[in-house]
Design a protein around this ligand. Structure first.
Ligand code: 13P
Length: 286
């Protein structure tokens, strides 16, 4: 399995008017829940390690785990490195069998961002490899604790920047800052759909929306209808995991057994994942 499978998944999603959901995992337990949900619904998905997860498990271990899960899939499931701020980590993950990586140079100016993307793109397509590369233009900030950032100009993607980066890198997909942020929001997030449409009209590159957890479902579907091809979801997975763990440990009391506790947690995570698959893939439903 390489990045071309993902290209086809995204292409099919674009034609079919839906988006590929990408779920962030922290360890093997939530990853199993994500995989089981996708299998049960027969849904093509991505599962993503952020740079902390890839670093803690190492690219070798997480890459091997990813390969094993991808091989099990009746439907295509793609392992992805999410939000790497470092070119080197992208290259290590490529070496260890990740079919898709994100290089996030959005903290830098456009020229530096482009250079980082070029370095990763060159390696991703070298020596007969074909690894999918995602970049980011505009900013998708923090943890949602400072209030919401809707439509603030400083975070918004500029259409001219997108054109320049795409022309210089031919990157495979692009995360765009349109007012979403990672984590839950204080207030109702309002995405700049107008800007999303402008970007979508300006380039053929598939577009990615980050920060799914706190965005109302109808707003997610509206973004998909206006050009989003991949939807990232993380915080709701982590919170379901940890809150369910606390509840289950309280319920069981003394001497809990890991596999019993995890069975109930996996069930809860699976329900959340299924709901998100439905949101992303059944877009025209009210
Ligand atoms: P949330 O944590 O807000 O769902 O965002 C996930 C994400 O965008 C990962 O890149």
């Amino acid at each position: 399995m390489d990045g071309r499978t993902l290209q086809k998944m995204i292409h099919d999603a674009d034609k079919g008017g839906y988006a590929i959901p990408s779920f962030n995992y922290s360890d093997i337990w939530d990853l199993m829940a994500i995989i089981e949900a996708a299998q049960e619904l027969n849904a093509p998905i991505m599962f993503a390690a952020n740079q902390v997860v890839a670093g803690v498990f190492t690219p070798g271990v997480s890459g091997a785990m990813g390969k094993a899960f991808m091989a099990q899939g009746k439907v295509p499931m793609i392992h992805h490195l999410d939000h790497s701020k470092h070119v080197e980590l992208c290259l290590q993950c490529i070496d260890n069998g990740y079919p898709s990586v994100m290089i996030d140079g959005s903290d830098h100016d456009l020229a530096a961002n482009i250079k980082m993307v070029q370095e990763v793109m060159e390696y991703a397509k070298a020596d007969g490899r074909w690894v999918h590369v995602e970049a980011e233009v505009g900013k998708i900030p923090g943890k949602g604790v400072e209030g919401y950032v809707s439509e603030e100009e400083k975070f918004l993607v500029e259409v001219e920047d997108v054109k320049e980066l795409v022309k210089a890198t031919h990157v495979d997909s692009l995360a765009v800052g349109i007012g979403s942020q990672h984590g839950f929001y204080k207030g109702t997030p309002k995405l700049n759909i107008q800007r999303l449409s402008e970007v979508n009209d300006a380039v053929d590159t598939p577009l990615v929306l980050h920060g799914g957890s706190g965005i109302p479902r109808e707003t997610v579907r509206e973004a998909i209808r206006h050009g989003i091809n991949k939807m990232n979801v993380g915080t709701i997975i982590h919170c379901t995991y940890m809150n369910s763990l606390r509840e289950e440990l309280n319920r069981v009391g003394e001497n809990p057994y890991t596999l019993d506790v995890m069975a109930s947690i996996r069930h809860n995570i699976k329900e959340v994942v299924k709901e998100w698959i439905d949101t992303c893939m059944d877009v025209n439903r009210a």
